[in-house]
Design a protein around this ligand. Structure first.
Ligand code: PAF
Length: 284
């Protein structure tokens, strides 16, 4: 699998495939690839003849006290995993290829970016929106695939593609979980053995709460119980655990439209996020 580092090389490869009438799928990542990312490549292969993955640890989506420097990096391992999954091309640009000197533009999706993780990580989603807009414009793929684990990110990317008339279809793919239910994440590598064991309380609390809300129990009480369960399991602080509209991410107190239960909480020095769908009987 070839690796290219410039936008010109990326575009030349994509153009050659397009001339042959082939569809192109894009899988943007920050590397440290796990089975969740590979499921995106596999989904891309179902939807297009060619799959391009990108690996770029985007400095603009890390806050000043976040983990940019210690974010796991393993390009050779990532490339091997992508090749084994049938990926056709890896675009792994350096920072200067994405943000050349004089770069002065920022994409901000207002509203959606300020809630939930946006409240705890100011500027994070502006960095995500800016780099994803660039990657979509650079690759001009037919479809781009993102994991549903980053549900808020996915909602923001859908919005920006719509608002900026980007013709690439944005597709969400189901969360991939370890056998005990913990959602796969590159940041799970930061957990020590004890933290990793306790972290399973996050998907469990979400599943329990989703079932209770789906069965008609009052949302506030259920969320308070879920938060208490997380704290009892060793999480803290809990940045949020909330029932939100699946598309608008506005808080909900009842099931009047498609809903998502989302949470972010700290296990030691590691901030974990997760989310599940909530469905009720005849709710809407
Ligand atoms: O989800 C990620 O890995 C990143 O936020 C993304 C979408 C690749 C943008 O840097």
């Amino acid at each position: 699998m070839p690796i290219v580092r410039t936008v010109a090389e990326l575009r030349a490869r994509v153009a050659a495939w397009r001339e042959q009438g082939e569809r192109i799928a894009l899988v943007p990542t920050m590397g440290a690839l796990h089975a969740g990312h590979i499921s995106l490549v596999e989904a891309g292969r179902q939807r297009a003849e060619r799959v391009v993955a990108t690996v770029f640890v985007n400095p603009r989506q890390f806050g000043p006290n976040e983990d940019l420097d210690r974010y796991p990096r393993d390009e050779a391992g990532d490339a091997a995993r992508l090749a084994a999954a049938g990926c056709d091309l890896l675009f792994a640009p350096g920072v200067e290829a994405i943000y050349p000197p004089g770069f002065a533009t920022q994409v901000r999706v207002t509203g959606l970016s300020e809630r939930l993780c946006g409240a705890a990580r100011p500027g994070h989603f502006d960095g995500v929106a800016t780099v994803v807009t660039k990657l979509l414009n650079q690759a001009r793929a037919d479809i781009a695939l993102f994991g549903e684990k980053d549900w808020q990110q996915l909602a923001i990317i859908r919005r920006l593609a719509l608002d900026l008339d980007i013709p690439t279809e944005i597709a969400g793919c189901p969360i991939v979980r370890d056998a005990d239910g913990l959602a796969l994440s590159s940041r799970n590598a930061y957990l020590d053995a004890g933290e990793r064991e306790r972290a399973v309380a996050l998907p469990r609390a979400l599943q329990t709460a989703a079932a209770a809300i789906g069965a008609g129990r009052p949302v506030d009480a259920v969320l308070a119980e879920a938060k208490a369960a997380l704290v009892a399991a060793g999480f803290g602080p809990v940045d949020y655990i909330t029932l939100s509209g699946a598309d608008d991410l506005e808080p909900m107190t009842g099931l009047d439209r498609p809903a998502r239960l989302l949470a972010a909480a700290w296990m030691g020095r590691t901030r974990l996020i997760d989310n599940v769908a909530v469905t009720g009987t005849g709710a809407y």
